[in-house]
Design a protein around this ligand. Sequence first.
Ligand code: ATP
Ligand code: MG
Length: 436
Amino acid sequence: MINNAFYRNTILAKKIQAIRGMNDILPEQSAIWQYLEGTVANLLKRYCYQEIRTPIVEQTALFKRSIGEVTDIVEKEMYTFEDRNGDSLTLRPEGTASCVRACEEHGLLYNQIQRLWYTGPMFRHERPQKGRYRQFHQIGVETFGMTGPDIDAELIILSARLWKELGIYDAVTLELNSLGSSQARAEYKEALVAFLAERKDQLDEDSQRRLDSNPMRILDSKDPNTQALLDGAPVFDDYIDQESKEHFEQLCAMLDAAGISYTLNPRLVRGLDYYCKTVFEWTTTELGAQGTVCAGGRYDGLVEQLGGRTTPAVGFAMGVERLILMLETLNVIPESVTNKPQIFIAAVGEGVASHGLLLGEVLREQTDLRVQMHCGGGSFKNQIKKADKSGADIALIMGENEAANSEVAVKFLREAREQETVSQSDIVAYLEKVLN
Ligand code: ATP
Ligand code: MG
């Protein structure tokens, strides 16, 4: 006799699986996703941020020009392919570039203030591990047209409120830095390179490579020897321009006034090219190596770099998978976050199915309860077993007698309580009473 599983898997066809690093979000998880997305959307609405939706695919040049040719993303992480007509296209690795492109294209930036947000999948060809995937999701917030530190502060205060509403504020730390103006940064870069070039052989391999291409990134190298070496390196504080310095001091004062604590991290530089002045990250020690849950900063030069007029801008993006991992690790997901039914309708007998369906409609019309109808008939015992398995608190049983008398039987699935028979016209009031 042929083993069934062997036959199915080997002789018939090999099953096609998802692409490595790209996850399915299964029904059990989707309630948590909806909770997180709903909480964020609700919060952003209260701050008057508007959602923008852009395509997942863009011209490759958009990302090369904005993110920067010598960044990890552009050098080795992008999903780039040729369209049928030969155009080079890329699955978006982040949302800021697309957002700026769309705003420019539709004239949303010139002489205007915008507070925008987006959410959706991003794609980066990285080594998959906990908290790091090839298709992952971000919720991003971008603002345009505001130069002062107050909008930087608003973004940070808003994110802090989100952590509080999600119940994770105590588990995250705000790290803050200023990258100054591009001129100050260029001068500092020169000094840093001069210092490190003399000690090149002591740098880790990645940092040696970055010495030519992206020396600022060496500052956030994870290599302990490189970090030790940097203790003697020139510090940016000696190079920062006056305007950026004041901007930063004002931002810090606003955060102090709002009661938001932060850690100054002069080695926080962010992976992307386009940042200036303020950069920040919210990090956690709850997730192991992938500890950054939200990151952002000011990017006053990007709009111009993409062909628009000079437009001040600040934004951030949070990693949805990492936030969900945190909610789970810290066990802070409210009990109400579930797809489980509260009410299970069993229809037992001849011709009672439509009575069951109608009862369900009454409940959905008059309440917000999650009501699952059992479809497909079967014995009383069988249906009650399914009711129990569904997770519902109460089974409403529609039998032939109940249908004939406009009644319904109420069976409590989670407590030792006598079954009751209730008139259908009273059932909503009855359920509201017993479910509270
Ligand atoms: P990291 O240093 O962890 O690689 P990053 O600097 O590349 O992060 P950003 O480009 O700033 O990250 O993206 C913002 C946020 O998106 C990150 O803080 C993180 O929470 C999330 N994120 C980035 N890359 C991934 C990924 N491959 N998988 C899951 N989440 C990610
Ligand atoms: Mg990265």
